[in-house]
Design a protein around this ligand. Structure first.
Ligand SMILES: [Zn+2]
Length: 198
């Protein structure tokens, strides 16, 4: 009687274990603990400084940078704020560049010791049209690039399951087209938290 009970428990554990282990818990990827904002500066938020004198400056893209920051601010701390480009409380540089015909945005970052060694640079692609042709496309590009600034790398899951996939997909506009996403998914948020605090 005693052995039979043990056998039942063993089989039950195996059956319960299979479906749990076959479903990925998350899909996000992070750069690592040396490639993130300095957590010691969280108290004054994450200052976004836009180079308004950039020769390639575009007001629609500048506005969408704020829209992307606001989308993160509804689900994540520390929150993005708007500061002048030359502000001492700036944490992200936003500029424009000729990035090629298929690039809507790009983020460059410099890993340091426990945090970035200098402010990450978010550049808008200035010489292409498709990716910046609608407000939603510009917004998700800003969410994606600001996601990089939190310290996230790409999540290349093609799924529309928001617990394992999100807007950190390499081609973020594809995710909006196929999954309807215009705000960070649960996986994006989990990744941002892990990237910033991990
Ligand atoms: Zn990217």
């Amino acid at each position: 009687m005693k052995r039979k009970t043990c056998l039942f428990i063993f089989i039950g554990a195996v059956l319960l274990g299979l479906p749990v282990s076959s479903i990925p818990a998350s899909g996000y990827n992070i750069f690592g603990s040396n490639c993130r904002f300095d957590p010691a500066n969280d108290y004054d938020g994450l200052g976004i400084g836009v180079l308004t004198t950039d020769p390639l400056y575009n007001s629609n893209q500048a506005f969408s940078t704020t829209s992307g920051g606001n989308a993160w601010n509804t689900v994540m701390v520390p929150q993005f704020t708007t500061v002048s480009y030359s502000s001492s409380t700036r944490d992200v540089r936003v500029e424009w560049g000729n990035l090629g015909a298929s690039v809507g945005g790009r983020t460059t970052y410099w890993c340091g010791s426990g945090h970035y060694s200098q402010d990450p640079l978010f550049e808008w692609g200035a010489n292409q049209t498709y990716y910046v042709s609608t407000a939603d496309r510009r917004k998700v590009i800003a969410i994606h690039e600001l996601g990089h600034t939190y310290g996230m790398n790409h999540n290349n899951s093609t799924s529309c399951n928001p617990s394992i996939a999100g807007l950190m997909y390499t081609d973020v506009v594809v995710k909006t087209n196929t999954c309807g996403w215009t705000v960070p998914t649960a996986d994006d948020v989990n990744g941002a938290i892990d990237a910033h605090n991990g």
